[in-house]
Design a protein around this ligand. Structure first.
Ligand SMILES: NC(=O)c1ccc[n+]([C@@H]2O[C@H](COP(=O)([O-])OP(=O)(O)OC[C@H]3O[C@@H](n4cnc5c(N)ncnc54)[C@H](OP(=O)(O)O)[C@@H]3O)[C@@H](O)[C@H]2O)c1
Length: 358
């Protein structure tokens, strides 16, 4: 590749937007050409309007970019509009904005809930369902768009589906019970008020349980022709907000179509590798699932950065007296559950030749 591919970030000032900026600043293929946010931020240098929460310094070049309004055409420093647009927009405003970019020819990789469940929109966890990428052909034909919209799942559903994918393939998952402990960064910035969450647990996250239940079935579904048949499994989710900054933990019980021992499940999880098309991407961790045998792991503070935040950690795989198997899952909500995986999806678009290298 001679030059990096210009990309844009919508919602660049938010929690997920900042994670995009940080990850893309060091990316081997992509370069941030434009940042966009609400009208309140537009027209000012990014470094002035962003409340930078990342621990790495904000790169000078990006700090100087003038924030654009989230509408095409975005500034294109080298004259070429960004073919890839990452969306970390507030879900309330995302729908028309993302569609406008796709109509104008961009491949929009979205973190918002807005288009996830539409039948012609792929909901991707690349290690679990790379074949669903094909849905964009149907989408572009039906909608007459030169671009397309691709979506990242909810930040609980992404690590859950990653772990369930090999188990479902091997043993057929029929029942899934998941109870979450979700970090405050999952609510964006400024998110949950400190007086509500410090020293406390909130047993409600608006809309979260429904998203986990329906998105998991779509991700694990089978693509036949250009239709996804959702996986036939019953999911029961309990969503809780806990006083942790980053990292969603999930305690899970799973029922299978046949008896499965912890040893059999562990062997499948240990051996799981992504499809070679996905494994070779710069953001793909190897292995995608890290199994930790220690009795008190995973923990957000100790295990979140595995695979640069892209690996999902599994622990405490044991028999369940209610269903068949119990385990604990930890995923990074703004990396695997948002920006990191969206960048991986964009890499897939390039590797598969959907977006051409310059
Ligand atoms: N946080 C997570 O862990 C996580 C994980 C997965 C998915 N998501 C999803 O990702 C999206 C972003 O989440 P977040 O946590 O980063 O939220 P956030 O911190 O609240 O950021 C929202 C972003 O949207 C921009 N925005 C708001 N209104 C706008 C408008 N009318 N036009 C253009 N831009 C507008 C904001 O810009 P201003 O600064 O100018 O207001 C800001 O950049 C949401 O849809 C969320 O559900 C979040």
């Amino acid at each position: 590749m001679t030059a990096k591919i210009p990309v844009a970030v919508l919602g660049a000032t938010g929690t997920v937007g900042q994670k995009f900026v940080r990850l893309l600043a060091e990316h081997p293929w992509f370069e941030v050409a434009a940042v966009a946010a609400s009208a309140a931020s537009a027209g000012k240098p990014y470094g002035e309007v962003v409340r930078w929460r990342e621990t790495a310094a904000l790169p000078e070049r990006i700090a100087r970019l003038i924030v654009a309004e989230a509408a095409p055409p975005l500034p294109a420093p080298n004259g070429v509009p960004a073919p890839i647009v990452f969306s970390a927009l507030d879900a309330q405003v995302a729908e028309p904005i993302e569609q406008t970019f796709a109509r104008a020819g961009a491949f929009v990789v979205s973190n918002t809930r807005t288009h996830r469940m539409e039948p012609d929109v792929p909901l991707l966890v690349p290690e679990a369902n790379v074949d669903h990428l094909r849905l964009i052909d149907r989408q572009r034909t039906a909608r007459g768009w030169s671009g397309a919209i691709l979506t990242n799942p909810n930040c609980v559903a992404a690590p859950l589906a990653m772990v369930m994918a090999p188990l479902h393939r091997a043993f057929k998952v029929e029942k899934l019970f998941v109870s979450t402990m979700q970090a405050v960064s999952g609510a964006g910035y400024p998110g949950v008020a400190s007086l509500d969450i410090v020293g406390n647990v909130i047993p409600f996250i608006n809309g979260e349980e429904e998203k986990v239940e329906r998105e998991t079935r779509k991700i694990l579904g089978i693509l036949t022709g250009d239709e996804i048949e959702p996986a036939e499994l019953t999911v029961s989710a309990h969503a809780n907000r806990v006083p942790v900054i980053d990292g969603h933990m999930e305690t899970v019980s799973v029922g299978f179509a046949r008896k499965v021992t912890p040893e059999q499940a562990l062997a499948v999880l240990h051996d799981f590798r992504a499809d070679p098309r996905v494994a070779k991407l710069p953001s793909s961790p190897t292995p995608p699932i890290e199994v930790d045998p220690r009795a008190d792991r995973p923990q957000p503070r100790l295990d979140l950065e595995r695979g640069r935040g892209m690996a999902v950690t599994v622990g405490r795989v044991r028999a369940c007296p209610l269903l068949d198997l119990r385990l604990v899952i930890l995923g990074h909500n703004t990396v695997r559950g948002a920006a990191g995986q969206a960048v991986q999806i964009a890499e897939l678009l390039v590797a598969e030749g959907v977006v051409k290298r310059v």
